[in-house]
Design a protein around this ligand. Structure first.
Ligand SMILES: Cc1cc2nc3c(=O)[nH]c(=O)nc-3n(C[C@H](O)[C@H](O)[C@H](O)COP(=O)(O)O)c2cc1C
Length: 217
């Protein structure tokens, strides 16, 4: 059983995290802290364990400048964040084979019970019968590492901003033209700025618990 102090410490981390709009460009995240944040991303769970993601850490200043033109919601992060991450998503079926064979170390067979279950889940349970539906479903998985990374960062005293403010088609094309992604394998899902705040934290507004939680007895 945890103590009240331990519980409060956890809640304080959630109060501390906010979508940082102004980062101090002079403050850099230490490598040890960054490794902890990305490890939290890597260890994140995913549906069926297929990890449909890849993380790009953008350090190149020219690429950051270019991204500002097509990522309106990322300008603050691109200007001052210590680390700028693009989370890619894949719906490419060879990725599933790679996960099963090379990561889970199990023989891949399209007729295995696991494969059949996955197929039925996609086609019947979740109606993932178009590339767009599949993309959105796989993108949902990428928000789990996104969230874990933000929470671990907050725990380490590091600020962050999740980013959906970009033109997806333009960012995909940009990264493909630069040879950074193979557009047949990966697309951009969401982005994340990480660094240190250079502003007062605004008041946190949230719905009260009794509006968002209903107990069904
Ligand atoms: C998925 C997602 C996408 C977001 N995209 C952006 C963005 O592009 N740019 C930005 O400045 N803030 C972005 N935000 C921040 C939200 O506006 C912010 O989290 C929300 O208003 C709640 O405030 P708080 O995080 O400061 O508590 C995004 C948040 C989430 C969860």
């Amino acid at each position: 059983m945890s103590t009240q102090e331990e519980r409060q410490r956890i809640i304080d981390v959630f109060h501390r995290r906010y979508a940082t709009k102004k980062f101090d460009p002079t403050k850099k995240i230490s490598d040890a802290d960054w490794q902890t944040i990305i490890e939290a991303g890597r260890l994140s769970p995913s549906s069926f364990g297929y990890e449909p993601w890849k993380f790009l850490l953008i350090e190149n200043p020219e690429i950051k400048e270019d991204l500002k033109k097509i990522c309106w919601g990322a300008i603050n992060s691109l200007n001052g964040a210590s680390h700028f991450v693009i989370i890619l998503v894949t719906i490419n079926s060879p990725h599933v084979k790679h996960m099963v064979e090379d990561v889970m170390d199990v023989d891949f067979d399209v007729h295995s019970p696991r494969s059949e279950k996955f197929k039925s889940f996609q086609e019947n349970d979740f109606d993932l019968n178009s590339d767009r539906a599949l993309f959105d479903w796989a993108s949902k998985q990428t928000y789990i590492p996104l969230t874990n990374m933000m929470t671990v960062a907050a725990e380490l005293g590091i600020d962050s901003c999740p980013i959906e403010g970009f033109n997806r088609a333009k960012v995909d094309k940009y990264l493909a033209d630069k040879g950074i992604i193979d557009p047949n394998k990966f697309g951009v899902s969401v982005m994340l700025g990480l660094g240190y705040r250079d502003q007062e934290q605004p008041k946190k507004t949230r719905q009260p618990l009794d509006e968002v939680l209903e107990v069904i007895k």
